[in-house]
Design a protein around this ligand. Sequence first.
Ligand SMILES: O=c1[nH]cnc2c1ncn2[C@H]1C[C@H](O)[C@@H](COP(=O)(O)OP(=O)(O)O)O1
Length: 233
Amino acid sequence: MTDIGWGWLADMEGFGTLGDKVDDFKLLSSEELVSLNATLSPLKHASHGMIFARRSKLLWDLYDMKGMVMMQLRFDGVLGFPGGLVDDGETPLQGVNREMHEEIGLDLSKYSFTDGDRIASYVHEGKKLVLHFYMMEVSPEDFVLLEQRTLSAEEYGIETYGVVRVPLFTMGDGVRGFPAFLANQFAGNARDELIRGLLCSKLFTQQEMSVALKAYLSHSEKLKVETVTSKAN
Ligand SMILES: O=c1[nH]cnc2c1ncn2[C@H]1C[C@H](O)[C@@H](COP(=O)(O)OP(=O)(O)O)O1
């Protein structure tokens, strides 16, 4: 990578490069997580968190919106969960809570992640990066208040460029809504984390997710074909 004159975050740039494949991230068991430091040092850790609320509501009297999940548009132009790299001397849990405060203005005296909220950890061996994913449920009313606070977070306009509520429904064509949302570009393995989070929270059943994933994959193929065709013309 070269500095093209717009600035350079040096050591940090490499972790965020886009284009990772889902297989680049290996899900870790608790034992593997413990032994990893011995086998793959030096490692960098990053922690991200999914805040969600359950709310079954019919949109336009038609589409069942299963709940609310908070993501964000990031500085690098792609979608991700609030969170970030864990600082030296911090634990992944301290890291996720600090980043939540900086990026979305989370009041840590009222809402903070605990060790039990970690639902998965992954390693990207090439980047020597371990990703920790946490999940926290809040009430629908609190969710809306938390969304509103994101605009006054200290990192708003620097690292974060807007809170994004994931559309948790699928429209009549079977694609618009959640499947089309999945076709966006995500940081790290945030797409996989979103799918895991929705299943783990039981906002989606396995069957609902299978249908949505099928629609997303065929939609993504169609997008690729459209891109190739427009280049050829
Ligand atoms: O939401 C995410 N889920 C999984 N991985 C993610 C997510 N967002 C970013 N990432 C990856 C991309 C980078 O490799 C690292 C660092 O995260 P980032 O949020 O960019 O860290 P800083 O805010 O710059 O500390 O995680």
